[in-house]
Design a protein around this ligand. Structure first.
Ligand code: SF4
Length: 229
């Protein structure tokens, strides 16, 4: 397993970082043995459907940050399933007891079109960051990448850095385009890597009775458990 490198903007996908697979052919015993030996191999399948994609999972990790917004840099279709974060958050609000009073999640798209994939989408991304900042006045902007912006090689990190200088809040790129990994949970790593790299500040103080639990989709199931301890 390789070390996490916070100097790198992009995080390794789980296939190469952990040797993860998404399918196995064999007995449970063979699975356990191969996992222990580090010899797991992905089962080749001729057909699969309904897999998630990393961009959606990365959005899941950051869209519940209450004073932040998410911009998906890609075609509108890549944000099609992201509305569920607002939905899940609302229908489960009873268990999200301490975040009840917040409104819909704020997720935008740069709406890349065919011409953007030919001429590049950096200008559209820069304009979107500016507009979103003026409309919402968030404290942080996350940019999630998609296959289209990844394939054409848009300079998302450079555009984010430039915008950050102009508007004075963190603009955090998350490299999570779907084609990058067959393991959609790589999106969690991409989201948390971006948070750790750009938002968490080093401190020399430590409070021994304080735990900071980051949990995707925001449900607080830990307070009751940890109280007992
Ligand atoms: S796999 Fe690619 S094109 Fe499909 S939703 Fe994910 S980022 Fe968009």
């Amino acid at each position: 397993m390789s070390k996490i490198n916070l100097n790198a903007a992009e995080v390794q996908v789980r296939e190469s970082r952990l040797g993860s697979i998404s399918g196995f052919g064999g007995t449970a015993k063979e699975l356990v043995t191969a996992a222990r030996n580090g010899t797991l191999e992905d089962k080749n399948r001729s057909f699969s459907q309904c897999n998630g994609c990393s961009t959606m999972i990365a959005a899941c990790t950051v869209s519940l940050i209450q004073d932040g917004v998410v911009i998906s840099h890609g075609p509108a279709g890549c944000t099609g399933c992201l509305t569920m974060f607002s939905f899940t958050y609302k229908v489960n609000s009873d268990v999200r007891n301490n975040i009840k009073s917040f409104g819909n999640r704020r997720i935008f798209t740069t709406n890349m079109e065919e011409s953007d994939t030919v001429y590049g989408g950096n200008a559209k991304l820069a304009a979107s960051i500016k507009e979103v900042y003026e409309r919402v006045k968030p404290n942080v902007i996350f940019i999630i990448t998609t296959c289209a912006s990844g394939i054409i090689g848009d300079d998302v990190a450079g555009t984010a850095d430039e915008a950050e200088q102009k508007i004075g809040i963190p603009v955090v790129p998350i490299f999570c385009e779907g084609f990058r990994s067959k393991i959609w949970t790589s999106g969690f790593d991409a989201g948390y890597h971006a948070i750790a790299r750009k938002l968490i500040k080093k401190t020399d103080k430590k409070q021994n009775d304080l735990l900071n639990v980051i949990n995707f989709l925001g449900s607080d199931v830990f307070t009751q458990l940890l109280k007992i301890m």
